[in-house]
Design a protein around this ligand. Structure first.
Ligand code: URA
Length: 290
């Protein structure tokens, strides 16, 4: 498309689609990023949260900590929204409370462009919790995680080791709102949403955490390079206890690279073995045990 000539409407729409702008939300454009900044800057706007304080001591036994190295962005860039998120997440006593807190939270600009909050699916009492990256278009429309093509593959992977979404696993995402055009979440968006997913893991209290894909593995386990770091048992501190955790490949990646399914299958078999081990599996002392 020429930058000097006025574009034809069809050209403009094609260009928008290429830029990831696939949904029309309103007649006139809004700068949601500026609006979100205004909301975060205003103390009244953060739901019912008390005015954010710069340094907030964690409640004993409540603040989740990652034993595997934490996400650098989360560790170094807490702003007002992150502090508000920590306060709201810590105050949630149940998963329902947490969902309501997220529904009221105005600190993440992704909320403005998403159709739905995508909180969780499956059985919160399941022994395994899977955490993906962020909702895609299907998940955003329906309000549940992993319901599109990736989710159908995930269901088949679970079925291959005798697990069902309904009974055995609890599924959520690092971010509960869809990034426009399915772009990768920014470090700031991850940092803002991290306290909520950490609290969700703590409240669900699974025996095993599986991080699906690079952003989840990095955000929750501090891992970088998913191909090198997948399949290794690590320890994750929920804030209440230490559980086993592993990163695996994202089904969306497996759909693009079907040969890599053999690696994901290895991870699923390791998960099945861990679940079959008598009682609650002991966390591995260090990373690197395949
Ligand atoms: N990809 C994700 O990471 N999460 C979803 O819910 C759907 C696709």
């Amino acid at each position: 498309m020429s930058l000097t000539a006025t574009p034809e409407p069809a050209e403009l729409v094609a260009w928008y689609a290429e830029m990831g702008i696939t949904e029309a939300l309103d007649e006139t454009p809004h700068d949601h990023f500026a609006q979100a900044q205004d909301r975060v800057a205003s103390p009244q706007s953060v739901g019912d949260a008390p005015r954010p304080r710069p340094t907030l001591p964690p409640r004993p036994g409540q603040a989740p900590a990652v034993v595997a190295r934490p996400n650098a962005a989360a560790a170094t860039a807490p702003d007002d929204a992150t502090v508000s998120a920590k306060v709201l997440a810590a105050e949630a006593a149940t998963l329902d409370d947490l969902k309501q807190a997220l529904a009221k939270f105005e600190g993440c600009a992704l909320k403005a462009t998403a159709k739905n909050l995508v909180f969780a699916d499956g059985n919160p009492a399941g022994r395994v919790m899977f955490v993906g990256e962020a909702p895609g278009a299907d998940e955003d429309r329906i309000g549940l995680p992993f319901v599109g093509r990736s989710g159908q593959l995930l269901d088949r992977m679970l079925a291959a080791i005798g697990l069902s979404r309904k009974d055995d696993v609890y599924i959520a995402n690092l971010l509960p709102w869809r990034p426009p055009g399915n772009r990768t979440p920014t470090p700031q968006e991850v940092s803002i949403c991290l306290p909520f997913i950490q609290r969700q893991i703590q409240l669900a209290d699974p025996d095993i955490l599986i991080c699906i894909g690079g952003p989840s593995a990095q955000g929750l386990l501090g891992l970088s390079g998913i191909l090198a770091s997948r399949g290794k048992w690590l320890e994750y501190d929920t804030g209440t206890r230490r559980i086993r955790a592993m990163a695996t490949l994202h089904p969306a990646y497996l759909l693009r690279q079907p040969l890599q399914k053999r690696l994901a299958w290895r991870d699923m078999r390791a998960l099945k073995t861990a679940l079959e081990a008598a009682g609650t599996p002991e966390p591995a002392a260090t990373a690197g045990v395949e």
